[in-house]
Design a protein around this ligand. Structure first.
Ligand code: PAF
Length: 290
């Protein structure tokens, strides 16, 4: 595996790697890799001749007072894990390699898509994500890029950006990877105290209850309000949990829905704060077409 820090070094790797004869799968990350990232890297390698991973804690997607400074970093460990998962190259640039001095361009997916859910409390977040992902796509020039369903809104925003700007890359969204007890894997889980970690299981429990309710087939079980209520009840049992949102939306457009329609995927999405840590999780809700 090659480790490169500059765009020039990445170009050299491209020439050596036989890129022309093989497809390139790309996994953009902010590092501190966990099993969720590794599943994306393995899939990128399984579906392409070559797999590239970027590690870049992107300053423009963090708002004032967010955790940019303390975001966990362990680059040596990341290289080892990325290599074991099958990465052919890891691109780990400094900030001024991505944002050259005088940089003044932003990419913004406008409208409700980026203002609701996480966008409501993180108003600049998706502009930072869209901008950096666009830059990384231009530098890495992959055939396919892999994102986790854990960041469901991010995946929808990036798919929209790729469609709107005709970016020639296929976006592959991969399932959430969970700890054995159900907690969705996240680099931010390491901020949780043992008690917060225990109470954080209410997110996956609540989402499972919503799936259970929908599967029960009982009268009104497909109503968005009722499904959100079931999730909220489970989360609010925990004294340290401060829910930010609990929403049932259309899975493709993130538009509000009244009920889960047969044959159409809905998304149950939650964000909950535990002290200074903000966790997100989600599940797809669907009913078979009659
Ligand atoms: O999901 C992430 O880790 C980041 O938002 C991404 C896509 C790497 C952009 O910085």
């Amino acid at each position: 595996m090659s480790l490169v820090k500059t765009i020039g070094e990445l170009e050299d790797w491209r020439k050596r790697s036989g890129r022309k004869e093989q497809t390139l799968g790309f996994v953009p990350t902010m590092g501190y890799l966990h099993e969720g990232h590794l599943s994306l890297i393995r899939r990128a390698k399984a579906e392409n001749g070559l797999a590239a991973v970027s590690i870049f804690v992107n300053p423009t997607q963090f708002g004032p007072g967010e955790d940019f400074e303390k975001y966990p970093r362990d680059t040596e460990r990341d290289y080892r894990l990325a290599k074991e998962a099958g990465a052919d190259v890891v691109f780990c640039p400094e900030a001024d390699e991505i944002y050259a001095p005088g940089f003044s361009t932003e990419v913004e997916v406008k409208g409700g898509l980026t203002q609701k859910l996480c966008g409501a409390s993180r108003p600049i977040h998706f502009k930072g994500v869209a901008t950096v992902v666009n830059i990384l796509f231009n530098i890495v020039r992959p055939d396919r890029a892999y994102f986790g369903q854990k960041d469901a809104q991010q995946a929808v925003v990036i798919q929209k950006m790729v469609r709107d700007l005709h970016i020639p890359v296929e976006i592959v969204v991969c399932p959430i990877v969970r700890e054995k007890d159900g907690l969705a894997m996240s680099s931010r889980n390491m901020y949780l105290s043992p008690e917060e970690r225990k109470q954080a299981l209410s997110l996956s429990r609540g989402l499972a209850k919503a799936r259970g309710l929908l599967a029960s087939g009982e009268e009104g079980c497909d109503r968005a309000e009722r499904l959100a209520e079931v999730i909220g009840r489970e989360i609010r049992k925990e004294p340290l949990a401060k829910p930010e949102y609990i929403e049932i939306l259309d899975g493709g457009t993130l538009e509000e829905i009244e009920r889960v329609e047969p044959g159409r995927k809905a998304l149950a999405a939650v964000a909950v704060r535990f002290g200074g840590t903000r966790l997100i999780d989600n599940t797809v809700l669907s009913l078979e077409e009659k």
